[in-house]
Write a protein that binds this ligand. Structure first.
Ligand code: TXA
Ligand code: MG
Length: 307
């Protein structure tokens, strides 16, 4: 199969929507990372997502919808989850809620769970696609399973060329980290991401500790992995290493020379892709663990984990 590159203009959006309607796979930009989209009601299409990524098939996917009203066709929101949706949607937050009756989603999307992860993305290209398609789009990050998440159309093509129908070009992702995932009763943080925990707690109050029985690939120890080994909290590069910096100081690539965590998050995966291409071991400067720094450190620890 030849992977088409589509512009995010009306003809490109229309073509992307047609492909998804026909059970095909379209990678599209969200503000977090590129997603590999399929009709969430079409089991065959969802199976092709797992196949294209080489992903273990028991991991549930996030379902992308146009707004809270559409989300409520698929999931049941309570006062707390509705307040979170009103505060953070559209945006980088995924909310896990019980499945609604007659939801019509493929059980492959939920991996047979009785809950579903829902998200309203903010990227204008994603919003245009969801408006045109007028249905739920299941989308994991558009990378081969276990590899670095894609934040540009070039990353998607490098990983999935020939395995998916199209890439809808939405430029470079502005947040650069996957969505924060929240869910469960009592509500717990299931994955650090684009919305810092501090902002969520302002709406919800203190969160519960996530159970250890959650099988999320983002929670496997080794994930988001470059090919070369990674050394964290490095004061400087050792012989043969290439240095990923943060803030002032010598390095080969800098996440944010000014020490800005938002900028660092946006650059994280693109810089890891670039350093990975050198095939050298990577030393990473310390990143403060506050705000978006918690999600950045989470991704770096997984990338550094033994595998
Ligand atoms: O920013 C993002 O979230 C990106 C963009 C494309 O939206 N998507 C993304 O999807 O990161 P993915 O498939 O790489 O990660 C989805 C995570 C997984 O860790 C999965 O286990 C968890 O969401 N998840 C999905 N449904 C769940 C559920 N019902 N209960 C608990 N975790 C769930
Ligand atoms: Mg992923």
């Amino acid at each position: 199969m030849e992977t088409q590159r589509l512009a995010s203009d009306p003809p490109g959006i229309a073509r992307a929507s047609e492909i998804v309607s026909a059970g095909g796979l379209v990678a599209f930009a969200t503000e977090t990372v590129y997603g590999l989209g399929a009709d969430a009601r079409d089991g065959g299409a969802v199976a092709r997502v797992y196949a294209a990524k080489g992903r273990p098939s028991f991991n549930p996917l996030i379902v992308h919808v146009a707004d809270l009203e559409m989300a409520q066709r698929y999931g049941v929101f309570d006062q707390q989850t509705r307040a979170l949706a009103r505060q953070f949607w559209p945006g980088p937050l995924s909310i896990v809620v019980p499945l609604a009756p007659h939801h019509g989603l493929s059980s492959l999307v939920t991996a047979g769970l009785d809950t579903v992860a829902l998200r309203v993305p903010a990227h204008p290209g994603a919003r245009a696609l969801l408006a045109q398609f007028d249905g739920p789009i299941a989308a994991p990050s558009a990378n081969p399973s276990g590899r670095i998440s894609p934040t540009t159309p070039e990353h998607v093509i490098a990983g999935l060329q020939g395995k998916i129908d199209a890439v809808l070009d939405g430029g470079t992702c502005t947040v650069g980290l996957e969505s924060t995932i929240i869910g469960g009763a009592p509500l717990a943080l299931l994955r650090q991401g684009g919305v810092p925990e501090e902002e969520i707690v302002e709406i919800t109050g203190p969160l519960a500790q996530a159970g250890t029985d959650i099988t999320a690939p983002g929670q496997l120890a080794s994930h988001y992995a470059p090919r070369a080994p990674l050394r964290l909290n490095a004061k400087g590069a050792q012989k043969g290493e290439i240095m990923l910096g943060f803030g002032p100081g010598p390095c080969d690539l800098n996440l944010s020379p000014a020490g800005d965590l938002t900028q660092a998050a946006a650059n994280l995966f693109a810089h890891l892709h670039a350093l990975d291409a050198t095939n050298k071991p990577i030393a990473v400067a310390p990143i403060p663990n506050t705000g978006l720094g918690a999600a950045i450190n989470d991704r770096l620890e997984r990338a550094a984990a033994p595998r």
